[in-house]
Design a protein around this ligand. Structure first.
Ligand code: NAD
Length: 505
């Protein structure tokens, strides 16, 4: 494994000094093998990085946006050229199966393409003024330094969602990745530096330190969160993290974009195409070993089809191939670490206590991989939506619930504190439209006849309630990375006041 990782990182432009001799030990969730020891930044390093980033911002904000887009275009080219290697590294460090590792890098490429187009579309409005000889307009201008905190389960795509937009918006970036996945971050940074060098060699004027990477744990993140020159903190991770970060940023009147935990449900109605529903639920619940913010954690099934659908899910669940994520045919890779496996066992014990009937959920492949943590996917038949069902356990556990009326199903779906993703499987147009209406799902994402996970970058991504309320990626999410100014221009020879106010001298 170690020789392999050195070759892989070298192909991505990373020298061995970047991942050896440090204090942050990196282990592969596949087999527990050591992958490297990365240098950790201190809080003081972070403060110095923010000062450098601010200087970079002062230059970058004056580069025309379409020219900023050219840098992101070149970065997208680097990603295309190195897709296979970076995807492999995602699998080795985060434990994602190969097609999901590739999908993650594809998502980075997609957001770069989106951002390049956006760089020619950063538009404001012209608004009718009530005063003669006046014009009122709105502009979006570069915001400042954007701090990006990311989680282990999307070790590189989440950074790209933020940085591709921030860079075309004229901001500089600082990235504090998960302490569990520093190598993918180092490799991504190397590809970005390569793009930046090509950009400047071709006559571009990108400043040094435009996008910096600082590895480390929560303390380094906190130094970023507290720094008054970080205009926007975009933080992805658990609700616990958001609860710590949100108030600290608010205390200094900074801007925060929070992308936190989910507890996503699929409702299956009597008219649903069960074939589609089974496939959507299985991928949603057990893909990425249940470690997606959009993972399906609850399925709410009409009583008339409940027993049949649960039996089908249970049979299919038991056949999903568990194994090393880099082996062909594997559908379920490892949990990120032993603490995750423990959290899964604790949740299953609580579910049993609260009346649940558990299938699966045991440790798997322990003799082959004694230092890694694989689990069989769990299905838990719950008599009601008890406390444990309302809690996000970041593991492959699917709770099944029964309903009688659609109102009851929607109430169950909305009853949890999180509000990220949701779906309904139905062929009844009234049910589908009700679900996406004002009295339907209260989530940021509400789908019909597809599952809860696997969003495209064109839409705005994020959720309500304890998910944090942030939106990133597509649609008009770019506005979070810019400051809006309203400008009123008087081209007349008089000075009328608004609302007819008189102040004659
Ligand atoms: P985590 O909260 O443990 O860590 C996330 C990041 O926050 C890490 O970089 C960590 O170092 C940092 N951090 C933790 N405490 C901090 C603090 N006080 N100040 C500053 N930074 C701090 O999450 P995780 O285990 O890496 O990821 C899993 C969680 O992330 C799940 O809850 C999942 O739902 C969520 N997630 C949400 C989204 C989304 O878009 N909504 C996407 C991916 C993951």
């Amino acid at each position: 494994m170690t020789t392999h990782i050195t070759e892989l990182l070298s192909a991505l432009g990373v020298s061995s000094s970047a991942f050896t001799g440090g204090t942050l030990n990196v282990r592969s969730p596949i087999d527990g093998a050591a992958l490297g020891a990365v240098h950790e930044a201190s809080a003081e390093d972070m403060r110095a990085a923010v000062a450098r980033a601010h200087a970079a911002f002062l230059d970058w904000r004056n580069v025309p946006a379409p020219k900023r887009g050219e840098l992101v275009r070149l970065f997208g080219e680097e990603l295309r050229a190195h897709k296979a290697d970076l995807a492999r590294l995602v699998s080795l460090e985060a434990g994602k199966v190969s097609s999901e590792g590739e999908g993650e890098v594809q998502e980075m490429i997609d957001i770069c393409d989106f951002a390049v187009g956006l760089s020619r579309q950063l538009h404001g409005l012209t608004i009718a003024s009530e005063r003669p000889g006046h014009r009122m307009m709105e502009q979006y201008l570069p915001l400042g330094v954007v701090g990006i905190i990311s989680a282990f389960n999307f070790p590189v795509a989440v950074w790209a969602w933020n940085s591709a937009l921030a860079l075309v918006c004229g901001d500089s970036c600082i990235w504090k990745p998960s302490e569990k996945t520093p190598l993918t971050a180092i490799a991504t940074q190397a590809l970005f530096e390569r793009a930046l060098a090509r950009y400047n060699a071709a006559g571009g004027t990108a400043p040094a330190h435009l996008s910096q990477l600082l590895n480390g744990g929560a303390a380094v993140g906190e130094a970023m969160v507290d720094h008054p020159q970080v205009a926007l903190v975009s933080a992805t991770g658990s609700t616990r993290m958001g609860r710590a970060v949100g108030p600290r940023v608010a205390a200094r009147f900074g801007r925060c974009l929070l992308e936190l935990g989910g507890n996503n449900a699929i409702i299956v109605t009597p008219s649903a195409d069960l074939e589609l529903a089974v496939r959507g639920i299985l991928f949603g619940a057990y893909g990425t070993a249940g470690q997606r913010c959009t993972t399906t954690r609850r399925v709410i099934i009409h009583e008339s089809i409940h027993d049949e659908l649960v039996a089908r899910l249970d049979r299919a669940r038991a056949q999903l191939k568990i194994g090393s994520p880099v082996e062909a045919g594997t559908l379920i890779g490892p949990l990120i670490d032993g603490a995750s496996f423990e959290a899964m066992q604790t949740a299953l014990a609580a579910a049993r206590e609260q009346g649940g009937e558990v299938s699966g959920g045991e440790r798997a492949l322990a003799s082959q991989y004694p230092n890694a943590w694989y689990a069989t996917p769990a299905l838990v038949r719950m008599p009601a939506q008890t406390d444990i069902v309302k809690h996000e356990t970041f593991a492959p556990i699917l709770y099944t619930l029964k309903y009688k009326t659609l109102d009851e199903a929607i109430a169950l779906q909305n009853e949890v504190p999180q509000g990220l993703s949701s779906a309904i499987f139905t062929n009844d147009i009234r049910e589908a439209e009700t679900f996406v209406s004002a009295s339907g799902s209260d989530c940021g994402i509400a789908n019909v006849n597809i599952g809860t996970s696997g969003a495209e970058i064109g839409g705005a991504f994020g959720g309500e309630k304890e998910t944090g309320g942030g939106r990133e990626s597509g649609s008009d999410a770019w506005k979070a990375y810019m400051r809006r100014t309203t400008n009123t221009v008087n081209y007349s020879r008089s000075l009328p006041l608004a609302q007819g106010v008189k102040f004659d001298i």
